[in-house]
Write a protein that binds this ligand. Structure first.
Ligand code: SF4
Ligand code: SF4
Length: 257
């Protein structure tokens, strides 16, 4: 259940990864399957910034409270920047904190990894001119009985059914930033958990704190954004997350202007 990224010139995928293209796959997940909610336990569930934004809104808490109560920081695929994971409950079953008796209690706002399964997504970040290319692969937990059901989907249909479009769009923006953060030069020798990394972590994951950050107003003042976009950013968390990239591409928020 990972968002994969593929280099522009990598035309071949590993042997076990066959892009689905337009071919169909069989899958259906419902409360009648014997494995129902089995996949919501003992998970290494990576959370992306947009996942956190959706979940904290759903729960009516701040991003900081969400981070403190439900997440942990781990060393993931990025060698220079930490990843965020959901902390499982400390019960014997180690369930997701949002698993209830009848299933997921945050279903409409569940993280992108939960809604993408049984697919994995890869994005060619540097396609020749035109829209970025995405690829979907079928994946399978060995205990998952959903693959034995008779409902057929194409990847396109699955993306639509699971309301993945906005998640993919926001995750792609995040992936670009994550690539920048994977370059040790970005941190100017400060190493992990230095001031620049702490600031970047706040900007990316703690959207409420980012909104309060004194430099946001200054950065907006210096930007070439038109008034309507600025007004949108001032009240809309998604719009604020979207300008993170511009901020990091144009200037390091802590660099003297
Ligand atoms: S294991 Fe598969 S079929 Fe079972 S609940 Fe999870 S996704 Fe659905
Ligand atoms: S967020 Fe929902 S779907 Fe995802 S692991 Fe937790 S309970 Fe399961």
């Amino acid at each position: 259940m990972k968002n994969l990224n593929v280099a522009a010139d990598q035309k071949k995928f590993p042997e076990h990864m066959r892009p689905l293209g337009s071919s169909a796959f069989r899958f259906r997940c419902h409360s009648g399957v014997g494995c129902f909610t089995r996949c919501c336990r003992q998970l290494e569930l990576y959370l992306y910034p947009y996942d956190i934004l959706r979940l904290k809104k759903r729960l009516g808490i701040s991003s900081e409270e969400f981070l403190n109560r439900y997440t942990g920081v781990v060393k993931g695929a990025n060698p220079c920047f930490p990843s965020v994971v959901m902390v499982m409950s400390d019960s014997a079953e180690k369930t997701c904190p949002f698993l209830g008796e009848a299933g997921c209690t945050v279903y409409a706002d569940r993280p992108s990894a939960c809604r993408t399964y049984p697919l994995e997504r890869a994005v060619d970040r540097n396609p020749s001119p035109g829209a970025a290319r995405e690829f979907y692969f079928l994946t399978n937990h060995d205990y998952c009985l959903g693959h034995g059901e008779d409902k057929e989907w194409t990847a396109k249909e699955w993306v639509r059914d699971q309301n993945l479009q906005m998640y993919n769009q926001m995750d792609d923006l995040w992936a670009e930033l994550d690539t920048l953060f994977a370059d040790s030069a970005t941190w100017r020798g400060e190493g992990s958990a230095g001031p620049r990394q702490l600031l970047a972590f706040m900007v990316c994951y703690n959207v409420d704190r980012f909104r309060q950050y004194h430099n946001v107003q200054k950065l907006l003042d210096q930007s070439r954004l038109d008034k309507s976009r600025r007004r949108l950013i001032e009240r809309d968390d998604e719009a604020l997350l979207e300008i993170r990239d511009d901020i990091y591409r144009q200037r390091d928020p802590e660099r003297p202007q």
